[in-house]
Design a binder for this molecule. Structure first.
Ligand SMILES: Nc1ncnc2c1ncn2[C@@H]1O[C@H](COP(=O)(O)OP(=O)(O)OP(=O)(O)O)[C@@H](O)[C@H]1O
Length: 328
């Protein structure tokens, strides 16, 4: 049995996608620890590699993608990056619960939610299916839905926001202790979103989970995450306790992301969009810092050397300028 709140250690993870220009990394050399019992938020603009990182936690990157280096060690389970076949299928759902970005559309249109719940339970050899249904109804009720009615419904009878909550229920109902939520609340209005995040936090604490929440919306992680990791161009550029990262961002990209959010800076007039666009797989620099094209602090070394992720107090930051400032 997996013990409560396992730790997860992602080490040197690189995930590549095969393109016409060869295999290009969407995630490169990422090392990140999900501490037992914490919620870690992963933020970054579209294309920064967040979903690819989430899929790697379940070893679910599909061709033309593959994990080309690194490991994902989960306490009590082992290195998921090495799992295949039945071992992998069993780990997913039972030990690692997940909602993927497309959760709103991932239900089977031909079966009721209840039937899919039972299929899920049977495929994971759950003996107490009544208990499973009870737990599902309770989770749905907590998220403001009529559980019995939702379980009797087909996908087309549910709104986007309802489907999203069904996705969260399915991620939690098997009692997995590692949970990965990729954009769990994008289809919800602000108030529902806030309520759902509160429930995610409560369930997380009650059940002793280790949770990863992926979002492009810093407001979402500010509400829910204990720790924050910021991705850009497939690299992790900054990580640390959420309050510290948001209150005193070190990496120029994190600073730019935070400046761009009216809700956090308080006044919409002060919010400034980060100039330029994030790189794609084809345009991400092959050497030097991935962020340098948009960086106010760019130095010569940034063109040639990829900055190492270094500890700065409670923070890990990959930026030459931050390292130079620290040693000045
Ligand atoms: N199947 C695929 N084949 C080729 N490239 C892919 C594939 N899936 C993702 N990519 C590329 O990998 C990079 C990272 O994508 P990923 O979806 O992980 O980023 P993301 O930060 O989650 O973005 P979003 O928030 O838009 O989902 C992007 O440049 C994307 O175009």
């Amino acid at each position: 049995m997996v013990k409560q709140a396992p730790g997860v250690r992602i080490d040197g993870l690189t995930v590549v996608y095969k393109t016409t220009a060869g295999e290009l990394p969407a995630v490169r050399g990422v090392s990140l620890e999900l501490r037992p019992g914490t919620i870690t938020g992963i933020v970054g603009e579209s294309g920064s590699g967040k979903s690819t990182l989430a899929l790697s936690l379940l070893n679910a990157v599909q061709p033309p993608g593959r994990i080309s280096a690194g490991s994902v060690e989960i306490d009590g389970l082992g290195n998921v990056a090495d799992f295949t076949g039945e071992k992998l299928r069993k780990a997913r759902g039972r030990h690692i619960g997940y909602v993927f970005q497309a959760a709103q559309n991932s239900l089977n249109p031909l079966k009721t939610v209840g039937k899919q719940l039972l299929d899920l339970g049977r495929s994971h050899e759950i003996e107490d299916l009544r208990g499973l249904v009870r737990d599902a109804k309770e989770l749905l009720a907590r998220m403001g839905l009529d559980g019995a009615r939702v379980l009797d419904s087909h996908q087309h009878e549910l709104s986007g926001g309802m489907r999203q909550r069904v996705g969260i229920m399915l991620a939690l109902v098997l009692n997995a202790h590692v949970v990965v939520l990729d954009e769990p609340t994008t289809a919800l209005d602000m108030i529902t979103q806030s309520n759902i995040l509160k429930i995610v936090r409560e369930v997380h604490a009650e059940r002793g989970l280790t949770t990863m929440v992926i979002t492009h919306d810093i407001g979402v992680v500010a509400e829910v995450a204990d720790r924050l990791a910021v991705m850009y161009g497939g690299r992790l550029v900054e990580q640390g306790p959420t309050r510290e990262v948001l209150g005193n961002p070190q990496h120029p990209y994190t600073q730019g992301l935070i400046r761009a959010i009216p809700r956090l800076v308080g006044d919409i007039d002060e919010a400034r969009a980060l100039p330029g666009r994030p790189p794609t797989l084809a345009t991400v620099p092959k050497q030097g810092c991935v962020f340098r094209e948009r960086c106010e602090l760019r130095m010569d070394v940034c063109d040639s050397e990829d900055p190492a992720a270094l500890a700065h107090g409670s923070r890990i930051v990959a930026c030459h300028a931050v390292t130079v400032k620290e040693h000045a």
